[in-house]
Design a protein around this ligand. Sequence first.
Ligand code: IPM
Ligand code: MG
Length: 368
Amino acid sequence: MQYHIGVIAGDGIGPEIVREARKVLDRISEVFGCDFVYEEILMGGCSIDVHGVPLTEEAIAQAKGCDAVLMGSIGGDAKTSPWYKLEPSKRPEAGLLGIRKALNLFANLRPAYLYPELKAACPLREDIIGDGFDMAIMRELTGGLYFGEKKTEEVDGKLVATDVLTYSEEEIRRIAIKAFESAAKRKKKVTSVDKANVLDSSRLWRKIVEEVAASYPEVTLEHMLVDNCAMQIVKDPKQFDVILTENMFGDILSDEASMVTGSIGMLSSASFNDTKFGLYEPSGGSAPDIAGKGIANPIATILSAAMMLRYSFDLDKEADAVEEAVRRVLKDGYRTIDIMPQPTESREGIRQVGTAEMGDLICERITG
Ligand code: IPM
Ligand code: MG
């Protein structure tokens, strides 16, 4: 069977990390005989340079025509890049939000798992880490503050800016179902995160999540306020299985969760609608400060490609092979700079490698 993969390399480190993920996919097709066809799609700053806008109708149509899309990252340095002289709706990030909306990618899954080999890169204390942790953040991706009405106006001679936070029960229900479905296949616990002590949208969130929970008696539901959750992720990350939350809270908590796993360079991400289609991207940004240096960690992108094999193509064996190769490369002591042991930890048996070498080492470890 042939799989049609859209590739959005994007900006900054995007092209470097996507190159390695493609290398890994090519290795998979060599070993397992899969047939992947790639189609380059322009989005973000590189699309602005060519078309003047971060996302064209053509790019959306291209993505829709693919079975799945693999993405690197988009955006540049907000202080120096000319892209940020444009109005907000024409900047690189608007392309990403635009494609999420256009493809109805309302569910964003970000697994945060601490590899035992990366304990030394984890900034948490040994007694907190314990046997490690394994959580997944299910973030609502097409609603809330990101997509509510926005305006900046002058009121009585002073500037006033407004961002509206809206959630409908339908939007809450469909993401809650995704979270419970995912928890049912994992450790059977959903922590729904909100700010119900202050926000109406959170009070509705809680009510609908409880309704959905009634259909999943085998899954335990708990509610947690977002400020407490931010604290609990560093205090006791082991308590979490699936964290279900709205768009903005999920953006913030997923960066926090990535740091406790060692680095954002390890955190993969998949965005889904109601079909098998998915947009797979690392959770991190374009890191313009290290772009072109060949030091970025490609593992989050490679693990995102593994999620694509698993969720969009049902190629479980192939996804397992990629994940196993990543585990082995870490076990064998190879690290990109971001996951090197903390200065206080031993570096014995550890070797620092660059982006391309990490990709090659993972490919070498993919066997049938
Ligand atoms: C993410 C990113 C994006 C977001 C940015 C680049 C718009 O931070 O995917 O987490 O805020 O969703
Ligand atoms: Mg983010």
